[in-house]
Design a protein around this ligand. Sequence first.
Ligand code: SAM
Length: 328
Amino acid sequence: MERIIQQTDYDALSCKLAAISAGYLPSSALQRLPADLAKKYTQWHREYLLTLKKFSRRAFGKVDQTMRSSFPVMNYGTYLRTVGIDVAILDFLDANEKVQVVNLGCGSDLRMLPLLMMFPHVRCVDIDYSDSVQLKNKILRENGTLRNDLDLSEDSADSSPVLVDQERYKLIACDLNDILETTRLLNTCTSGDIPTIIISECLLCYMHEKESQLLIHAVSAKYAHGLWISYDPIGGSQPNDRFGTIMQSNLRESRNLEMPTLMTYNSKEKYASRWPETLNVIINDMWEVLNTQIPEIERKRLRSLQFLDELEELKVMQTHYILMKAEW
Ligand SMILES: C[S@@+](CC[C@H](N)C(=O)[O-])C[C@H]1O[C@@H](n2cnc3c(N)ncnc32)[C@H](O)[C@@H]1O
């Protein structure tokens, strides 16, 4: 099961590459990227894919194929999830200068690169299963652009779970189901006094209820001041809503993959109830994000990229994904 879950990262990567290729990402305006970093954003992702090919032709083949078969509705979804999370990070950075960003289940996410370049006081910590971060570590060190921009050496670190151990960037191998090891590594690599952003982007949906709740409670209790940003699908709670059950049976049949809590936390309210009551929680589905948080000028830009005639399909999909921000 661990391996099947790790492979979901290839979907996330191919969706991001497809959205980049079609011009949805980056959004210089909302991700606040200066022109040189907007160019780099595209370059980092393309070079990551090309270097992935050197280490795993199979993974490259999967990503490349999925990327090419991406539809406009999927590009919208990737755009909304990426920009929604980035805007929440940037808003928190407006109010707090020295911040650590902990990306749980980071996969191949390269969001640390613009953050490290744009904000000299920000530190980033990426955490995923050992196999996933070992591959990421190899790619980051093999590719000249990624290596230089992260100021990495070509040699890999030793067998420690901290594969990149810099002052401002750490890449850590950890099974987040193991709460003792997770808290031990966070205690070593982060500080409880520094304002902290926790990201869980399509992570909690693959974890079992007990382990995910332990993770939420242990990690949010660790930091004096923080913001937890979580993005996930929800199954839907209306009596005739079959989105969640269909999604579960498709995943089971096509990949033997489970989303154990999709129908447990199947509404915005139930999903938000996973965080301690004392936190200030804001939760929106992604259809609301599109219509209330993306300015009209940006929506016009999106409409100009590809013809989207599946508006109803977009609405159905995006009302079943949420962006949750819990601040304390
Ligand atoms: C769908 S991918 C998302 C990757 C990244 N967050 C993104 O959105 O681009 C899910 C990631 O969560 C990781 N993951 C799931 N369960 C995990 C666990 N128990 N410990 C560590 N990583 C986990 C997987 O290995 C995978 O990289």
